[in-house]
Design a protein around this ligand. Structure first.
Ligand code: SF4
Length: 573
């Protein structure tokens, strides 16, 4: 922020979730308290800001768009703004209701006046991104902003998602039922699109395909011509209009076909009774790198950006000109006991023989020190299987995450951790809402179990990624499977010891955690020379020893003796 201020540039802070904006807003307050009156702008998505059920931004259909500029001028809203230092969702909603003006547009109009702009990744890293269009002004040149990317380990996956448009045969067929029965012109175009899918369909169930794109361009031209005939003189169709949706599908696909077959190959696959034509982004670096040219500087940070070479490449940074720095944990290493239990197998083929062992380890470790614990699995199915093996009749409170966990559900868990007593066990999945972007600080967590790495499934797309990076770096397996899984495991493990006073244990179960590719994704302070240092000789004895050591400092109550060793012998029950 100081660098940007001294260069006269604003800071654009982007994060993957709105819940992560708070840190940046607080940063703005720090400056404001020091009498540096930063103007902080928080942008929300158009869908969230919109006051209507359907986004149809035309004077004729939305009263919040009608005479927008006149209303802003008449009510002197710009002068009113000057007195404020935080322009956020609540403020825009208030203005919108008071003056019947579009809350999304009010926010976008302030982009050039703010010193710190806080928004989602999608404002910059999406084919529909519009931050730069609104910020750069050909008439009034603006200083390049400084880009700050928070939780940057998420960036490459978001870009892959945003730049991988697909068209499903089932969706195309649904357009018939969405259209009016007599809409023959549109029905003809849908027919043409289905025939095009059939022409492109390869003999194999999944394959990379090639097209010169002419047939897709022709289809787009015909759709556009029908749209122009219908709406040419009367504004634009709404986002819910089937013809507009159909056009958008093909337009997005066509855009990506024109980028790069190497980074975004076109694929065709049959799955679950459906057929999919897809531009699959497998290497986002070529898409991200040119975006950085619009910024004075770029800073990306996260607690999980290792190995650096992987994240530098995947985040579009040039290895020669960018610098990667690791900052150690500010808290003493002795506050954490980290263990790898290689005797537990969690891979898909063998895990069912280990459900009981996993439950037994959890029970016996927890028995040494009651309190709240988190247990992270690689899937919901795995979670349920181990949950069924946990001992019954204990005075533990157990909460297990489901795929439909809502914001209110997350709050209930926080309350359980904060206000509950005794042993509370939260069973959750890696990569979910309880393992990332959530701060359990001050909740007295005693430990985290990470039950196996959450290795991505070997889909056709993942294999393409593996082949691509095998050619590029000679380590395709690590790029496609190992590093993405370790990001989730390290994030999950990072839920504990979030301040100076907290102490806890981290137990990783699976032999893969000591393999080279997995180990090099671990933070610097986890081991000295080799991850094998984290394998205990006697699990329970070492856990007890840790709690004995820290008991005096934090008033932890260590329960009795370690009940028999859980070493290699006892694990091979
Ligand atoms: S002008 Fe604003 S309020 Fe109206 S439809 Fe568009 S986004 Fe919604």
């Amino acid at each position: 922020m100081v660098y940007a201020l001294s260069a006269g540039s604003p800071v654009l802070y982007v994060a993957p979730k709105n819940s992560q904006f708070k840190a940046a807003v607080d940063l703005g307050k720090v400056f404001q308290k020091s009498r540096i009156p930063l103007k902080v702008l928080v942008l929300t998505s158009k869908a969230k800001a919109c006051q209507k059920d359907e986004i149809l931004c035309q004077n004729s259909s939305c009263p919040f768009a009608t005479n927008y500029h006149d209303k802003v001028e008449e009510n002197d809203l710009r002068t009113r703004d000057e007195k404020r230092h935080l322009w956020d969702y609540r403020y825009f909603q208030k203005l919108s209701e008071q003056y019947e003006i579009c809350p999304y547009e009010i926010g976008m109009e302030r982009i050039r006046a703010a010193d710190l702009i806080i928004c989602d990744y999608n404002y910059v890293f999406s084919p529909h991104a519009n931050f730069l269009d609104r910020y750069l002004d050909p008439i009034v040149p603006m200083k390049k902003p400084v880009l700050v990317i928070d939780e940057a380990h998420n960036l490459y996956e978001r870009v892959i998602e945003n730049y991988s448009p697909e068209i499903r045969l089932s969706i195309l067929k649904e357009f018939f039922s969405k259209t009016l029965v007599k809409d023959e012109a549109f029905n003809k175009i849908i027919d043409q699109a289905i025939r095009l899918m059939k022409t492109l369909s390869p003999p194999a169930s999944s394959a990379k395909i090639k097209t010169d794109g002419e047939a897709i361009k022709e289809l787009l031209a015909q759709t556009l011509s029908l749209m122009t005939a219908r709406w040419g003189g009367d504004g634009l169709p709404g986002s819910e209009d089937p013809l507009f949706q159909f056009f958008t599908l093909w337009y997005d696909l066509n855009e990506m076909i024109n980028v790069s077959q190497e980074s975004i190959p076109l694929i065709y696959k049959r799955e679950n009774g459906d057929e999919v034509l897809k531009a699959q982004c497998i290497d986002p670096s070529a898409l991200i790198a040119p975006i950085y040219d619009n910024f004075l500087g770029v800073v990306a940070f996260s607690a999980t950006l290792k190995p650096f070479a992987f994240y530098q490449h995947m985040s579009g940074f040039d290895l020669q000109t960018s610098e990667a720095v690791e900052f150690g944990s500010p808290f003493p290493r002795e506050h954490k006991k980290i263990m790898v239990i290689p005797q537990v197998q969690t891979n898909y083929r063998e895990r069912d023989r280990h459900y009981q062992r996993i439950a037994m380890i959890i029970e016996r470790v927890i028995d040494l020190q009651s309190g709240p614990y988190l247990v992270f699995f690689s899937s919901y199915q795995f979670l349920r299987a181990v949950e069924a093996e946990l001992p019954k009749g204990r005075d533990w409170q157990i909460f297990s995450q489901s795929s439909s966990l809502s914001g209110a559900g997350v709050q209930r868990i926080m309350d359980l951790l904060e206000d509950g007593e005794g042993t509370r066990l939260i069973l959750a999945v890696q990569g979910g809402s309880l393992s990332e972007g959530i701060d359990f600080r001050g909740m007295g967590l005693r430990g985290v179990f990470v039950v196996g790495p959450a290795v991505p499934s070997a889909t056709f797309e993942r294999k393409l990624m593996q082949d691509h990076f095998e050619q590029l770096s000679g380590n395709g397996r690590a790029y496609a499977y190992v590093y993405p899984s370790m990001t989730k495991s390290v994030q999950a493990a990072g839920r504990i010891v979030r301040d100076e006073s907290e102490k806890g244990i981290i137990i990783l179960m699976d032999p893969r955690f000591v393999e080279k590719d997995y180990a090099e994704a671990m933070p610097d302070d986890w081991y000295e020379l080799s991850a094998k240092e984290l394998v205990p000789k006697q699990i329970l004895a070492e856990v007890k020893e840790f709690w004995d050591q820290v008991a005096g400092n934090v008033g932890h109550e260590v329960h009795g003796k370690a009940k028999g060793p859980i070493g290699e012998d006892s694990l091979s029950v």
